[in-house]
Design a protein around this ligand. Structure first.
Ligand code: NAP
Length: 185
């Protein structure tokens, strides 16, 4: 039995992440989905709360659970100030896992230093499927619904997510234009 781990901020969870998970599902029996930066919300870069992202992932991966006979666990992971102990922090919050899927250099480094196997994850149709662009489209009233799984559309509508993003973008012009350029939590 192999249990994998895949982490992202999922702001929002989109079809690129979905395709990554579909591929991971071919290699593992169970998958822990870490919701990174779980403590951050209500900014343009991180508009959705951990609870809202739990809903997005839980509902979207249901189809893989049926099709691939996959068991998933969605676990919110708060950021911490010390990268040196972050891998242990993740492990302390999750069911045990055997292999990490990531292509974030820092994430790869921290788990490898902790002697955990890391496999490179791919991203699909990256030109179209990028969190930053999808959030911009939500704000600007451009099409975005075809870039996320249907259950994510339902969650965003249930929580009035577009209205929230637009309000935040008005209040937070600096966050909108500057924070997306770096890879900080
Ligand atoms: P991320 O901050 O969510 O994503 C960074 C960038 O990589 C985003 O542009 C993202 O695109 C993109 N990306 C995500 N998955 C990808 C893939 N499979 N292929 C290509 N690009 C991909 O980072 P993350 O690696 O997905 O998540 C790492 C989480 O761990 C973050 O929440 C981070 O804060 C946390 N972390 C915390 C610490 C600490 O607290 N000390 C240390 C290390 C990591 P999208 O926007 O389209 O998703």
């Amino acid at each position: 039995m192999t249990r994998g781990f895949y982490i992202g901020r999922f702001q929002p969870y989109h079809n690129g992440h979905h395709t990554v998970i579909e591929h991971i599902a071919d290699e593992v029996d169970e998958l822990v989905l870490g919701i990174g930066s779980a403590d951050v919300s209500h900014t343009v870069r991180n508009p959705f709360t951990a609870g809202e992202r739990i809903m997005m992932l839980t509902k979207a991966v249901r189809e893989f659970e049926r099709e691939h006979d996959l068991v998933t666990y969605v676990v919110p992971i708060e950021d911490i100030d010390r990268n040196a102990v972050w891998a242990g922090h993740v492990e302390s919050m999750c069911p045990d896992f055997d292999v990490v899927y990531s292509n974030n250099p820092l994430v790869i480094r921290l788990f490898e230093e902790d002697e955990i196997e890391v496999r490179q994850s791919q991203m699909f149709d990256r030109e179209r499927l990028e969190g930053t662009d999808i959030r911009e489209s939500m704000i600007d009233d451009d099409p975005w619904r075809d870039r996320v799984p249907d259950p994510v559309v339902d969650v965003v509508e249930e929580i009035n997510g577009i209205q929230r993003l637009r309000t935040i973008a008005q209040d937070d012009v600096v966050d909108r234009w500057e924070a997306d350029e770096d890879n900080e939590p």
